[in-house]
Design a protein around this ligand. Structure first.
Ligand code: HEM
Length: 229
């Protein structure tokens, strides 16, 4: 089957993923308007947006292994969309925190980031996601070259790891739920590290992916994070 034919199938996939992924945001807004977010609506919205961001981030990481293991073509076609949706929810989460929870009091926000370790790692995760969202266009891939671009985009792994740590440190006692995400992420990293080559969807070129050289910055960052805790 030609690449053209493969691409032509499932025309509803991207619109379906987009509409389905935006549904939680719409539901949160509607519940906020009708008083359905409970006694502490800001905290509830913050938690729900953070959780959707994490789920989408991990889903975006699952798409490449799905292609590698099952040799399906469709996961790659929605990878960028799912990644951008994860960033969208993370940005909403951070905006609710800065705007509604902290009333844009930048001093209080800076104090929170520097004093509360779970906020610090959330901030670090979000910071790592920004260059990925900014360089998500085809023009960026062309400008940077695929190998350099894909190297930059391995930052998604430390970002996801930091987001899981953020969740673990936020819940403090019952860490079962965040650990489920940690386990899924660990499994995805394992699958990834055992498939030395990732297939580029656009060019069908094999490119070097998670070499130890690429992973080194991620592990350095992680050890720094653990040192500050
Ligand atoms: C500047 C960056 C960030 C800040 C300041 C921040 C802040 C917060 C705060 C204050 C809470 C707790 C709300 C409460 O207890 O009432 C929270 C929870 C959470 N955040 Fe973040 N966050 C940031 C980035 C992120 C990112 C990038 C993700 C995921 C991609 C994320 C995922 C979560 C999750 C999963 C929860 C817990 C949800 C739950 O308990 O159900 N956060 N965050």
């Amino acid at each position: 089957m030609t690449a053209m034919k493969r691409r032509g199938r499932l025309p509803w996939l991207a619109p379906g993923v987009l509409v389905g992924s935006l549904a939680p945001a719409v539901a949160i807004v509607m519940r906020a308007r009708s008083g359905g977010l409970g006694a502490n609506p800001i905290a509830e919205a913050l938690n729900e947006l953070g959780l959707v961001a994490l789920v989408l981030l991990i889903a975006s990481l699952a798409l490449t292994p799905l292609r590698t293991v099952f040799e399906w073509g469709w996961p790659i076609r929605i990878r960028r969309l799912v990644g951008l949706l994860a960033f969208f929810y993370a940005a909403l989460h951070v905006s609710v925190y800065a705007g509604l929870d902290q009333a844009f009091d930048w001093r209080a926000i800076a104090a929170d980031v520097s004093k509360r370790k779970f906020i610090f790692v959330g901030f670090a995760a979000f910071t790592l996601l920004i260059p990925l969202a900014v360089t998500s266009t085809n023009a960026s891939v062309r400008r940077m070259g695929y190998v350099k671009w894909s190297r930059l985009h391995t930052l998604v792994y430390p970002a996801a790891l930091l987001a899981v740590i953020h969740f673990v440190w936020r819940v403090k006692k019952d860490i079962r739920e965040p650990m489920v995400y940690g386990l899924i992420l660990g499994t995805l990293l394992l699958v990834r590290s055992h498939s030395p080559f990732a297939i580029d969807a656009r060019t069908d070129q094999a490119v070097e992916w998670l070499s130890p050289r690429h992973c080194a910055p991620a592990s350095r960052l992680t050890s720094r994070v653990f040192q500050i805790s």
